[in-house]
Design a protein around this ligand. Structure first.
Ligand code: URA
Length: 209
């Protein structure tokens, strides 16, 4: 793992150089795990290189595999609305995933796939050094927190990853599947804690599908 202090005050051009090199020289052609066999495109991540807020999802779905961009399918549309409800645009945050290739049939990435792929994510986090990370769903949350506890125990509470505050919340795909006031309210409450931490205000009442 790279030094946890790297990226602290890197100029934006240096961040771009590091992440472009990581993507072009390592991620794009990666064959380190079985997920490369069926992928159409790797999905590196995208967003502001000086973002104070980073979202981490599980792994690319079908639309992401087709386009090479994170969170652009149905779950991505909801994530974009969640970001807007926080008073932000997508290009003001950074969005990445635990694994960079689509698991066949959108299955959960296997532990060895997560272990092989996450050095790329760690380098992304250390280069951008956001103030807050929001982990979306169980695989991202359990990986970042090195925990095996369930989402209901982890979400809604502040945690820490190498000095960066971490707020776990439900994955947008889960919100779409369980579109209840309780689940949406829980996510909105988690996002409001993040807004408070970052000094953000928004007139939105919540987000909708
Ligand atoms: N789900 C994820 O976890 N990540 C994506 O990029 C898309 C859907």
């Amino acid at each position: 793992m790279p030094s946890v202090s790297s990226g602290v005050s890197l100029p934006i051009e240096e961040r771009a150089r590091i992440l472009d090199a990581l993507n072009n020289e390592q991620v794009r052609g990666c064959t380190k795990c079985r997920l490369h066999v069926q992928r159409k495109n790797t999905v590196f991540g995208e967003g502001a290189l000086d973002a104070s807020l980073m979202f981490i999802g599980e792994g690319p779905g079908e639309t992401e595999d087709e386009t090479g961009r994170p969170f652009v399918g149905r779950a991505g549309q909801l994530l974009t609305k969640m970001i807007a409800a926080m008073g932000l645009r997508r290009d003001q945050v950074y969005i990445a995933n635990v694994v960079k290739c689509r698991p066949p049939g959108n299955r959960t990435p296997a532990p060895d796939e997560v272990g092989t792929c996450t050095p790329y994510l760690v380098q992304q986090i250390l280069t951008i050094r956001p103030k807050v990370i929001v982990t979306l769903g169980l695989p991202a949350t359990q990986y970042i927190l090195s925990s095996t506890r369930p989402m209901r125990e982890l979400r809604g509470n502040w945690h820490e990853w190498h000095g960066i505050k971490v707020m776990p919340t439900y994955h947008p795909s889960y919100v779409l599947r369980s579109y209840t006031p309780q689940v949406r309210g829980a996510v909105w409450s988690d996002l409001q804690k993040v807004m408070h931490e970052l000094g953000l205000t928004s007139s939105a009442q919540q987000f909708s599908r």
